[in-house]
Design a protein around this ligand. Structure first.
Ligand SMILES: [Cu+2]
Length: 155
């Protein structure tokens, strides 16, 4: 209810300032598939979650934040490997998904970094993760936790 209300407010604001004729993408335009996370060793190291996010709407949508009750802080990171083969990661900032496009969060690239874990991520369990978008919509998914050496969902 709350997010629908927010979208309506945004739509009316845009209408008021005479902005674009195209409709705002709502959460129904965002499809999150294949979410998974790796089990963590305790809580001293951050966890990571992976998924694919598709924008089936007709306007670009930007991911502006993440939230999950299992971590005090979460954000999208990007791992980069330099010419010497050394990997490092940093905040990826806001990620815009163009209409019809897909953004993949996968090992070695973009990932949802879950920092200051509140409890260990145990294989076989799952946790909720909320994706927040610039149009005020949110998508909540449930992320299954796979084994500590998992490379992706089995199917
Ligand atoms: Cu990271």
């Amino acid at each position: 209810m709350k997010k629908n209300h927010l979208i309506k407010v945004l739509v009316s604001l845009l209408t008021f300032v005479g902005a674009p004729t195209s409709t705002l993408a709502g959460s129904e335009d965002l499809v999150v598939e294949g979410a998974w996370a790796r089990a963590s060793i305790g809580t001293s190291r951050p966890g990571a979650a992976y998924m694919s996010i598709r924008n089936t709407g007709d306007t670009p949508v930007t991911i502006v934040g993440l939230a999950t009750p299992i971590a005090q802080m979460s954000e999208i990171h990007e791992t980069r490997t330099n010419a010497e083969g050394v990997s490092s990661m940093s905040s990826a900032g806001e990620i815009t998904i163009e209409p019809g496009q897909n953004v993949a969060l996968e090992p070695g690239g973009l990932h949802a970094m879950l920092m200051r874990l509140q409890s260990p991520m145990q294989e076989g369990e799952s946790f909720p993760l909320t994706l927040k978008f610039d149009n005020g919509s949110t998508v909540e998914i449930v992320v299954p936790i796979l084994g500590i050496a998992a490379r992706g969902p089995s199917e």
